[in-house]
Ligand binder design. Structure first.
Ligand code: ADP
Length: 638
């Protein structure tokens, strides 16, 4: 049997143990001066193990004077009412005398009473909540900072839960939606009025980010209170402390202006390319009659021997101009994506020989020493031999142009794996290294023309690069700098099947083998028509001229030409319509119809064929091509 006293004793023991072990600070204060009667270890720890027992509070913890605790204790003592304080700061002396620290306490002052009901003391229970309060303060400060950033950024920031609902949306986004926080939060995109396809897309993306744990990016138009804008957005996973995706956060940026600017730039660039193409095309028209006239002068007996060098000047300059205009046209066509290669198996050696022959006059004129090392093995590539030879001719011409008189040039070819490397080197003026990256861009000229007396538009290398790339190759430059010479390397993938039949170069045309051909020239440009007619007459043809489609139709019936050279771009009845009409007449049924245009693109050639043309020539017509055509046609007709 346990007696009452013993039971009470055990309960007291339990209480004492609780008092000793409790993590909360406990103390018992007695009398009007609040003398410490008891203090547990947690309390002693709080006051830095000072010897407080038996001492009035003011004396035990002198730093308390001036803080509100004394007054509070007095009040509890006086009124007999407990006081509960929450997150109350207290400054306490530290182990080193004279140093103080602030702690934050949750505390209770509980009055104890005599049996008479009079207050006999105060029980103090305090919990140190400093760490929790500080952490909360830091968090709320961070939240304020983030909020300040998120509210003021022009971007939208938001968070979705995994059920696709918005759990956060910043000011900017709410404004764009025209919704309040309460209207928006907890809603899905669909509920916020997004179009169904758009809402479904974002739902899918949220699922994807949650499943793959990877961010995704997108761009989408949206019409909100700011009108129709283009938005660029990123969704990223938000992980919980276990590393699981608990939400998907997003940021969205209005990129409308940037997109517009890019589009404006693209369109300006397109217009520039189109302008260049038109310019080159228009420049060709006046060149055609000049070229014809010069060709004719060459064949006519000259009344004055002094005219011969004069004619040669015109001839050379026209040839130069045709080349410039052709380059310009080529480069703008390539940038407009209008060039397709006439792909065949090409012997690299013969493309190089063609280029060397074409550049030889320039190299010889400057008295450069020129060494050539061609491969002994047969190297074949798939491509357009004219275009390839144009590339190498360009490099050789540049080497000759940008090397002072009497320099050294070389061209050599070697094989590296499956590639042919064609290296064109000179010991000329060189190219500063900072220009190497830009030298293949259109209109880049490394040497201002005041410095170097050469002409050029800065097209050649851009064209070369584009052509080489169309062949699946690459062009690079090396130069140690100004005065140190330059080296251009063209890498071209080789055709591996060596037994493929080598492309046979077209036989040179027999010269001026035409007898009395009946040729009708139709062109609205009188100079072009008449100069071509004169040239053809010189070749021995019988020629008539029509300055328009309608006039041509009348002549065909009467003149019955073997060949009609027909300009395409004419006012009124154009070349295509004229061709169709000619084809539909008895006289024109079997006539050989040749289209003459400034463009010569595949599309034009197709249209020409459809309109009934047999051949298609690009203006200004190369005289040798013209004579070939007349010969070939005659052979076919005989
Ligand atoms: P262009 O010769 O018509 O100006 P290119 O595109 O062929 O145009 O060349 C661009 C520029 O590169 C030239 O203006 C010249 O400054 C520089 N360049 C090209 N080839 C050489 C070379 N072999 N040596 C030195 N500079 C060169």
């Amino acid at each position: 049997m346990i007696g009452m006293a013993e039971m009470a004793g055990r309960e007291l023991d339990g209480l004492r143990e609780l008092f000793e072990q409790a993590p909360a600070a406990m103390a018992l204060l007695r009398g009007p001066t609040h003398v410490f009667e008891l203090a547990n270890p947690a309390y002693l720890a709080l006051v830095n193990y000072r010897d407080v027992i038996g001492k009035p509070l003011q004396e035990a913890l002198p730093e308390i004077v001036g803080q509100r605790f004394l007054a509070l204790l007095d009040e509890v003592q006086r009124t007999g009412k407990a006081h509960v304080g929450r997150a109350t700061p207290v400054v306490l002396q530290q182990a080193t005398p004279g140093t103080y620290a602030e702690r934050v306490l949750d505390f209770v002052y509980q009055p104890l009473r005599h049996s008479t009901g009079e207050v006999s003391g105060v029980f103090v229970l305090a919990t140190d909540v400093t760490d929790r309060v500080r952490a909360e303060q830091t968090l709320s400060q961070q939240r304020r900072l983030y909020e300040a950033i998120l509210t003021n950024t022009p971007d939208f920031a938001y968070v979705f839960d995994l059920e696709h609902r918005f759990v956060y949306a910043n000011e900017g986004l709410l404004k764009m939606w025209g919704k309040s926080w309460d209207e928006a939060i907890g809603r899905t995109c669909l509920e916020l009025g997004y179009e169904p396809w758009h809402a479904a897309m974002h739902n899918r993306e949220i699922d994807q980010v949650a499943a793959t744990r990877q961010p995704i990016r997108g761009e989408v138009p949206f019409t909100g209170t700011f009108g129709r804008r283009i938005y660029d957005y990123v969704f990223v996973p938000v992980f919980n402390s276990n590393g699981e995706v608990e939400a998907v956060a997003g940021t969205t940026r209005d990129v409308t202006e940037r997109k517009d600017a890019e589009e404006a730039l693209r369109s300006a660039n397109r217009r520039k390319d189109e302008f260049l193409a038109t310019l080159a095309h228009e420049l060709r028209n006046p060149l055609a009659p000049i070229r014809n006239a010069v060709q004719l002068m060459k064949h006519l007996p000259s009344p004055d021997p002094q005219l011969r060098p004069v004619r040669e000047i015109i001839e050379r300059q026209v040839r130069h101009m045709v080349r410039l205009v052709d380059d310009l046209l080529d480069v703008s066509r390539i940038t407009l994506g209008q060039v397709t290669l006439r792909n065949e198996v090409v012997s690299l050696g013969s493309a190089l020989t063609d280029a060397i022959e074409a550049s030889r006059p320039l190299i010889e004129a400057a008295e450069h020493r020129f060494t050539v090392r061609l491969p002994s093995e047969k190297m074949q590539v798939v491509g357009d031999s004219t275009r390839l030879s144009q590339v190498f001719q360009n490099l050789l011409n540049n080497a000759a142009k940008y090397t002072p008189h009497g320099g050294r040039l070389s061209l050599h070819v070697e094989r590296t794996g499956n590639d042919a490397m064609v290296v064109v080197r000179d010991d000329g003026i060189g190219i500063p290294s900072e220009l190497h990256s830009r030298i293949f861009e259109l209109f880049t000229r490394a040497h201002p023309s005041e410095e170097i007396k050469t002409s050029g538009l800065g097209i050649g290398l851009a064209l070369a690069k584009q052509l080489v790339e169309l062949h699946g190759g690459e062009i690079t430059v090396r130069s140690e700098g100004t005065g140190m010479g330059s080296e251009f390397t063209v890498r071209l993938p080789l055709l591996e099947t060596l037994n493929t039949a080598e492309a046979t170069p077209a036989d040179a045309p027999e010269h001026l083998a035409m007898s009395k051909r009946r040729v009708l020239v139709v062109d609205d440009n009188r100079d072009a028509a008449e100069s071509l007619a004169m040239l053809l007459k010189f070749y021995g043809c019988s020629v008539e001229v029509a300055l328009g489609g309608e006039a041509a139709l009348g002549i065909v019936g009467r003149f019955r030409p073997d060949i009609v050279l027909l300009d395409i771009g004419m006012p009124g009845m154009d070349g295509y319509a004229t061709a169709r009409h000619i084809r539909s007449t008895a006289a024109g049924k079997d006539t050989f119809l040749v289209a003459l245009t400034g463009w010569g693109q595949d599309e034009d050639k197709r249209r020409a064929r459809e309109a009934g043309f047999d051949e298609h020539l690009t203006k200004p017509v190369d005289p040798s091509l013209l004579s070939t055509l007349l010969t070939v046609e005659r052979a076919a007709a005989d």
